[in-house]
Design a protein around this ligand. Sequence first.
Ligand SMILES: [Fe+2]
Length: 290
Amino acid sequence: MAAPTYQLHHLCIFERHPRESMWNWLRWYHAIPAYYWEGIADLHHTGEGGVDYTFLACGAPFQMQLEAPPYQFEYERNWFAQHGSGINHVCWIVPNAYDTVEHLQSNGAAVAMEYEEFGGTYNGFVAIDPEGRWVEIMEYVNDFKTPDVEFRPVGHVGLQTLGAVQLCRDLDSQVEWYQDVLGLRTVLDARSDNDGLVYLADPAYPARRCVNVLATPGTDAEQAMMAEHGPVISSILYEAADVDQAWADAVAAGFGAISAPAPDDRIGVRTGYLREPSGNIVQVREPLAA
Ligand SMILES: [Fe+2]
């Protein structure tokens, strides 16, 4: 069997109050490509309940899913009981989700949620990568698709979502795993002695400008998150043409300030840090030098 093609799609935030917190995102240049609620008959219903999903996007293909805990499956409730609000998974679109189960399992991943078919919408399952971070796999069926948004930077600050940052304990081994198993390639390597960060991208890059960043903790906030939760999906990464104004606009929109934009020696540009409404880290940085 040929290895599946994995394409980055979204990260999912377990958010206690998605219908309230979405307003902070909308005030910070985001749009809502899709909004699914439990009254939709076919989508993701089980004996345990329906859904409350809000998808958010900002000038790029990578999206965020806000998901309300009371309707989750048991395996998700267990995760929520342990970690609380956090980034639960990164989602990848594949051509055939069923075949992908075998591919990931034979390469050291565990399965958190068995393969399931959700009406005429999508097929999928959830795996766990070698350090414990969750990997959602989706295959669209029929014409179902979470809509895209316009792929260009948004607003006068030129803001654009780039992807997720995943904190690693053994960075080198995780980079190798995502390269070898998910078929990602390195587009930026800022490592030394198994420390730092690496940008990985799927085969659709750069036409679809999404990155999966693997990193060791680089700030006090990331150190604290790693100490409490172990290797987790810590942050959402943005680029802004005007990083100072984008950071100030986020604070005005209700995001928490961690630190104003300052030089990040690892990548040679200024990066600001924030917290989104449910407490996850948001990084917004200047465009990288060519
Ligand atoms: Fe998801």
